[in-house]
Design a protein around this ligand. Structure first.
Ligand code: CA
Length: 209
């Protein structure tokens, strides 16, 4: 389901090294997120979402800077300024949140994107664009979980624990949107070089035809 720990470790090391060399501010932010693991970009997105109090899905420079620090990324003020300017292509002084995350995701080819969406659609049984515990009933097998088998956890608890893989650890809401799912898997995708292996992993994890 997730990145294997070996792949993830190798990716973290690779990103750490690349981050010291890149001169592109967008690439630097991407690498800094991925240094934290496959869920790094998803995590940054989550931090910004929590900050967006008025829900207008826009970030000004102050919010952007605060989000970077809140997320704990180790960056210089000049680097953050350069990133903001690079993302703010129309020089409006604000970033559109979704556009920003899209630009930040490691580039994925069509085949990878389509298999990720296939998995999402399979899990989002109700088709409302959000995966909840309701969707998982009858799709996700709780019997495989040792804590369910020994009676410690309810099925609901197993589902919530599964959904929290895609959520922020500080703010799990038990809901996984399409964007969160893609953000998560873009990180996993970055940790896997081979297209064929990525495809195989997704198909076997989600039993996709
Ligand atoms: Ca749903």
């Amino acid at each position: 389901m997730a990145a294997t720990s070996r792949h993830e470790y190798e990716m973290k090391m690779k990103c750490k090294k690349a981050a010291t060399k890149t001169t592109d501010p967008v690439e630097l932010l991407r690498l800094k997120c991925l240094e934290r693991g496959a869920s790094g970009i998803k995590g940054l997105g989550r931090t910004f979402r929590i900050m967006d109090d008025d829900g207008n899905k826009k970030l000004d420079y102050r919010e952007f800077e605060k989000g970077i620090y809140d997320y704990g990324l180790d960056l210089e003020p000049e680097e953050i300024k350069a990133m903001f300017q690079k993302f703010d292509t129309d020089r409006s002084g604000t970033l559109d949140f979704d556009e920003f995350l899209k630009a930040l995701r490691p580039p994925m080819n069509k085949a990878r994107k389509s298999i990720i969406l296939k998995a999402f659609h399979k899990l989002d049984k109700s088709g409302d664009g959000v995966i909840t515990t309701e969707d998982l009933k009858g799709t996700y097998n709780a019997n495989q979980h040792p804590k369910f088998r020994n009676g410690e956890w309810t099925e609901e608890k197993v589902f919530l624990s599964f959904l929290s893989n895609f959520d922020s650890p500080d703010d799990p809401d038990g809901k996984v949107t399409r964007e969160e799912f893609i953000n998560y898997y873009s990180g996993v995708s970055a940790s896997i070089d081979s297209d064929a292996y990525f495809d195989l992993m997704m198909r076997s994890a989600w039993k996709l035809g």
